[in-house]
Design a protein around this ligand. Structure first.
Ligand SMILES: [Zn+2]
Length: 278
């Protein structure tokens, strides 16, 4: 951690949770001394029991193995106690459960230095939207309707600071084995803004300013990103139908295929160079 501290904006275990309390304490102490955040994927492996979708209505109705909500929130709760001890800056990746929202809201009120993110799919879909298709499989899984509602409340009241994608490109082969056999992960970079804009700004739930805070400015602030990274130009009155065949990403797995969304990216400039032009 010391060796790479000058080149990174934080330290992450994303993909799996840090199972050992002692290891997480040590990592937090080290990150604190380097004045960099810990960015955590929270998941208690011993609670997974071979699950691969949310332990909710769909898993029960279709005889699938479920992932309980506690596997996420129990590790967030553990980490918050360690953050209180160490004073490290702490960020939770892709929260998906109502309990996670409650725990983080409470910690923020107590003055704990914690931020978190969720992703568009957890705000738009729930386990009642599941189908027997690998494009609905990601980790954490799509949770229940109550979780979705709580996440939206968390976004509105500032408990949730950021919207990220958890973009995970996998091959068609890897995603073709249904809910039980496919690998975890969906793509999101090419649809995140349009989905959030269509579902939350056009409907009046979020202002455009708030969405930009969630998708751009809050992350820049939290991770102390000072460079002027660039800008993008959008036609917000134009709509189109999401077709994975059009993605530039090699990963095509999205549960939002063939949904019509508003917002067409006309131009993206990164570090002074045109990265994309329609
Ligand atoms: Zn993760």
């Amino acid at each position: 951690m010391e060796e790479i501290a000058g080149d990174v904006i934080g330290f992450s275990d994303d993909g799996r949770g840090v199972q050992s309390d002692e290891m997480m304490l040590l990592a937090m102490q080290k990150a604190k001394s380097l004045n960099l955040p810990i960015v955590a994927h929270c998941e208690v492996n011993s609670l997974l029991n071979g699950g691969y979708i949310h332990d909710g209505v769909y898993a029960k109705a279709h005889n699938h193995k479920g992932i309980c909500s506690m596997s996420e929130w129990a590790q967030i709760a553990r980490d918050i106690e360690l953050v209180k001890k160490t004073g490290v800056k702490y960020h939770v990746c892709h929260i998906s459960t109502k309990e996670s929202v409650d725990i983080i809201r409470k910690a923020k009120k107590e003055g704990v230095d914690i931020t978190c993110e969720t992703a568009p799919h957890y705000l738009i879909l729930s386990d009642k939207d599941l189908k027997e298709d690998g494009v609905y499989k990601m980790n954490p899984p799509l949770r229940g309707e109550e979780d979705k509602k709580a996440l939206i409340e968390g976004v509105l009241d500032g408990t949730i600071d950021m919207i990220a994608t958890d973009h995970a490109p996998h091959s068609e082969e890897e995603k073709s084995k249904g809910l039980s056999g496919s690998v975890f992960g969906i793509v999101g970079i090419e649809t995140a803004f349009q989905l959030m804009y269509t579902h939350f700004v056009k409907t009046g739930v979020l202002s455009m300013e708030k969405l930009l805070d969630l998708m751009v400015y809050n992350a820049r602030k939290r991770f102390n990103i000072k460079e002027d990274l660039g800008f993008s130009v959008w036609d917000l009155d134009a709509n189109y139908t999401i077709d994975p065949k059009d993605f530039l990403s090699k990963g095509k797995a999205t549960p939002f295929a063939y949904e019509t969304v508003y917002g067409v990216n006309l131009l993206t400039v990164v570090n002074g160079k045109v990265a994309y032009k329609k």
